[in-house]
Design a binder for this molecule. Structure first.
Ligand SMILES: Nc1ncnc2c1ncn2[C@@H]1O[C@H](COP(=O)(O)OP(=O)(O)OP(=O)(O)O)[C@@H](O)[C@H]1O
Ligand SMILES: [Mg+2]
Length: 320
């Protein structure tokens, strides 16, 4: 008699809720420059048998682990919440109830909140950063500048992305203008940071100024790219005209890998299994230092060779 083949029972799919701001909807559209990568994540989660719903804004959360799916208008019980839009903040009404729900939230509002302040991250990871001083009064700018080594210094908001308000200047040319005054008056104030001179580049990767980004997902380096500022600029943000080049895992120098391991170990002492990016500059003596940590992962461009590796790790991380 031919034995009857019983198909292996696969693990049951999970309800994964992606919680985003309505303004982020376009991220999952082919019109967005990285849209194909976000859509590839949805395909991969569906291929693994999971059900994905979208909850938008604060109203998406219905208490405990219940979420309102803004597309189908159904209420779903989440097993996992991908907190992509950082909703809610750490202390939203009902935070205590949400913490008791059985749904796993990633990244946690606590980790996102921690990363939202560059100075708070500096306070915890000081040994990996250039010297940083917080400035909350205009009169403190010049005295604080004197405490930083070197002829150059960096001024940046405590809370910021895409290079907003970042100035890299000679110390004796730093004078307050309206934008800097407004940043100093923001709730987190401004930061003055020792300038990391990256002009010697990274051996085998680039010859001059750079910002090397490692995206850590699922406890591995899931994506690496280097950003090179425009000629005449020292700001390595794509939004400020920098170019981006993907790097293969084997391109990352050993010294940078060892640095990443030390930083990652310290972050995971305090936060369980976070996904984040570390932005690194390699100084003229070859020592890597952090520019910043972002409490969310970067996404690959659709044409990146490592896109599927990244998506695999993000899907592994989400379905845990
Ligand atoms: N201490 C520093 N020394 C030298 N250059 C720096 C320093 N800090 C920042 N920069 C430059 O300024 C850029 C932007 O700084 P930073 O990453 O802190 O700002 P951001 O607005 O948070 O950017 P992101 O969009 O990456 O979150 C960096 O890419 C780097 O080129
Ligand atoms: Mg940055």
């Amino acid at each position: 008699m031919t034995p009857r083949i019983i198909p292996k029972k696969s693990a049951p799919g999970k309800n994964i809720v992606i919680w985003i701001r309505s303004s982020q909807k376009e991220t999952f559209s082919p019109h967005y420059h990285k849209g194909e990568s976000y859509l590839a994540l949805l395909d991969e989660l569906a291929r693994r048998g999971h059900r994905v719903s979208f909850a938008y804004d604060g109203g998406g959360w219905r208490g405990g682990d219940l979420f309102y799916n803004g597309d189908t208008r159904e209420t779903v019980r989440a097993d996992i919440v991908y907190n992509l839009g950082n909703i809610p903040g750490e202390d939203f009404p009902g935070a205590a109830a949400a913490r008791q729900s059985h749904a796993r939230i990633t990244n946690t509002p606590a980790f996102r909140g921690f990363c939202a302040s560059k100075f708070r991250v500096y306070g915890y990871l000081r040994e990996f950063f250039p010297k940083t001083i917080r400035v909350t009064r205009e009169a403190a700018l010049l005295p604080s500048l004197k405490e930083l080594p070197g002829d150059m210094a960096v001024f940046k908001p405590d809370t910021g992305t895409n290079g907003r308000g970042v100035r890299v200047l000679k110390k004796d040319e730093m004078t307050l203008d309206d934008e800097m005054r407004a940043i100093i008056a923001e709730p987190g104030g401004a930061l003055l940071q020792e300038f990391v001179d990256t002009s010697r580049g990274i051996p085998g990767i680039c010859d001059s100024y750079h910002d090397l980004r490692l995206a850590i997902v699922n406890n591995v380096i899931a994506l690496t790219h280097v950003r090179i500022p425009e000629p005449c600029s020292l700001i390595g943000n794509y939004a400020q005209g920098a170019t981006i080049r993907e790097l293969a895992p084997e391109d990352i120098p050993k010294k940078v890998l060892a640095f990443h391991e030390r930083v990652h170990a310290k972050i995971t002492e305090r936060f369980h299994d976070p996904m984040y990016t570390m932005d690194i500059g390699v100084g003229t003596d070859g020592t890597p230092l952090l520019f910043e940590i972002n409490g969310t992962t970067a996404f690959p461009w659709p044409e990146f060779a490592g896109r599927d590796f990244f998506i695999k790790n993000l899907a592994d991380h989400l379905e845990k």
